[in-house]
Ligand binder design. Sequence first.
Ligand code: GRF
Length: 190
Amino acid sequence: MNKNVVIFASGEGSNAQKIIDYFQHSNYVTISLIASNKANANVLTRAKNNNIPTFVLDRELFYKGNEIVEYLKSIKTDLIVLAGFLWMIPENLIKAFPDKIINIHPSLLPKFGGKGMYGMNVHKAVLAANENQSGITIHLVNEYYDQGKIIAQHSCAINEHETVASLSEKVQLMEHEYFPKAIEHFLAAK
Ligand code: GRF
């Protein structure tokens, strides 16, 4: 049976692109919508280039009322994938899609998660703590930042001369490789 996946992303959308590419010829997963809180986010250009409908989220509507939830239900959303989405998900959305919202985080949660831990901040904190490994976490979204049930984790070693840039590159490659597969496994297990 076909599953409709909606992607929420705030920026560049390199992960969204990998997800689009991975499911391009899939018979049972459709990327039905890409939503962003930023009208000029590159991820929306990527969506348009791939003929995927787009939606710009209005902050007022996102946090008040039920219109967004109703819209997502009306297009029969099976899964919401957060791929670099920086707004906190409101409770009504979490309740409307229980265990149907997943996020990717560029560290081995529960380490280096929580408020302010996004983008380069994460990698800086990992290096400052002298960790010998980092990685990615794919997890369910609940009402607390980065604290939902973990679905998949993949780690990489941090070498002696690691920099924020090299670590970020390494982690991004892992995201691109594992996120689409994790989405596929998650949907298949449902
Ligand atoms: C990724 O590193 C992801 O882990 C984080 O935001 C970044 C998004 O990058 N949550 P992109 O927009 O997919 O290129």
